[in-house]
Design a protein around this ligand. Structure first.
Ligand code: NAP
Length: 294
């Protein structure tokens, strides 16, 4: 048996088209151009690539894109002043501060002052709390992307056993809340979980967000299960260069799973488009318009 490949790239392309159409409609009907500001502190090459792609994607959709670059040795106060300036800028509807921040900067006080209405990564305590209360309107981009893929490839997940490995604020915790809200029976595992292979074998849907290449083995997977690989790990390739792999031993797992996301081309492809969707949602909300149809 070979698993169905969950084509995140194709799903993301379809979502991108819908967002572009909604952005065009907002512009012609209301003169509203969604604005996304990215803030990068320091010059980590991977973060630079992520931020550049976010800006380019926003521009490609007809959004306004603002980029703020701050030196690695910027003070916490200067960073906060920049965030406050963007909070007050009416042409900016979404603010993304690329994390992690270089040491000794602390992301928590920065998240405490970031306007929750513009928090398109949904990392502020307000947005985390709204998600817990079932009232979120901005949801973390990667978990949101995973839910869209599950809706498309699995359909109704009510009553299904779902295992999420990883409990980060960015992915594991919000993903578990969204899965629970969709009536799945959710188990969360982490580095202290005992006998992870046995827990994994019970899962109808296994979601891995660990950050360890090939960590989830094929014999952990229930035959026919859906496997969502969130991991993005850079490893040496035979060519002498590097390549991206996920947290699941993909080649072996696809012989057991019913459906599986590749890395790259799976979850990652959805994340950036969901960021644009959040920017659109934020722009509508800040202008007292109905939520966009995306
Ligand atoms: P993270 O903050 O790096 O945390 C990793 C999680 O994995 C922690 O909860 C940790 O448990 C758990 N873990 C570590 N070792 C483990 C083990 N041996 N057994 C079980 N659990 C273990 O997580 P993250 O930020 O969510 O990132 C996870 C991966 O997803 C990374 O590869 C990242 O690059 C990728 N990612 C991808 C996207 C995307 O767009 N596709 C977005 C976000 C993240 P403890 O809590 O006990 O330490």
């Amino acid at each position: 048996m070979t698993a169905t490949l969950i084509d995140g790239k194709a799903s993301a392309a379809r979502l991108r088209e819908k967002i572009a159409a909604e952005a065009a409609r907002l512009k012609s009907a209301h003169g509203l151009v969604p604005g996304l500001a990215t803030v990068l502190v320091g010059s980590d090459p991977a973060s630079e690539v992520y931020v550049r792609n976010k800006g380019k994607t926003a521009e490609g959709l007809g959004f306004k894109s603002v980029h703020v670059s701050l030196p690695a040795d910027v003070s916490q106060d200067t960073l906060h002043a920049k965030v406050r300036e963007l909070n007050a800028d009416k042409s900016v509807h979404g603010i993304l501060v690329q994390l992690p921040l270089p040491k000794p900067l602390d992301e928590n006080p920065m998240l405490d002052i970031l306007d929750p209405a513009k928090d398109v990564d949904a990392l502020t305590p307000t947005n985390a709390g709204l998600l817990l209360s079932g009232r979120a309107h901005l949801v973390s981009c990667t978990p949101a992307g995973v839910m869209l893929l599950l809706r498309e490839y699995v359909g109704d997940i009510a009553g299904k056993d779902v295992l999420v490995i990883g409990r980060s604020l960015l992915f594991g915790k919000p993903a578990a809340q969204l899965l629970l809200a969709a009536n799945a029976t959710v188990t969360m595992a982490h580095s202290r979980s005992r006998d992870l292979p046995a827990i994994a074998r019970r899962a109808d849907i296994l979601v891995a967000a660990i950050g360890k290449p090939g960590f989830v083995k094929a014999d952990w997977i229930k035959p026919g299960a859906t496997v969502i690989d969130v991991g993005i790990n850079r490893v040496p390739a035979e060519s002498g260069k590097t390549k991206l792999v996920g947290d699941v031993d993909f080649e072996a797992a696809k012989a057991v799973a019913g459906a599986i996301t590749p890395v790259p081309g799976g979850v990652g492809a959805m994340t950036i488009v969901c960021l644009m969707r959040n920017t659109l949602i934020a722009a509508c909300a800040q202008n007292r318009l109905l939520p966009p149809a995306v």
